[in-house]
Design a binder for this molecule. Structure first.
Ligand SMILES: [Zn+2]
Length: 113
């Protein structure tokens, strides 16, 4: 947390203001003071905070997008693997079927003799 120096417009006391505050009470005279954003230091500070927040927000969105892309890619890879497994199973069943038919054929051949 950062503080900025400003003067109380009522009693002239030097005050330290938290840069996030829009209004506060003078600790010497109790006057409510509005931070009018006329203090260039405060404006600058607020702007940089806003920019940092926006940047962080952008970074978050970017990371979220990257994560989404990675998720989609992972899903696609999983789908491909599933498809490959399915193909493997199909080929396996086909081979078993052929072997079974061959045995059947040989059996029938032997029986007919
Ligand atoms: Zn004051």
């Amino acid at each position: 947390m950062k503080f900025y120096k400003m003067q109380c417009p009522s009693c002239g006391a030097n005050l330290e203001v938290e840069n996030e505050l829009d209004s506060f009470f003078c600790k010497y005279c109790g006057t409510k003071i509005y931070v009018t954003e006329q203090d260039p230091e405060i404006i600058k500070a607020k702007t940089s905070i806003k920019l940092a927040k926006e940047k962080a927000e952008l970074e978050k969105v970017k990371l979220q997008q990257e994560l989404d892309i990675k998720k989609v890619k992972l899903q696609q890879e999983l789908d491909i693997k599933k498809q490959e497994n399915k193909d493997g199973t199909t080929i396996g069943l086909l081979i078993i079927g052929i072997i079974f038919l061959m045995y059947l054929f040989i059996y029938l051949l032997i029986q007919s003799i």
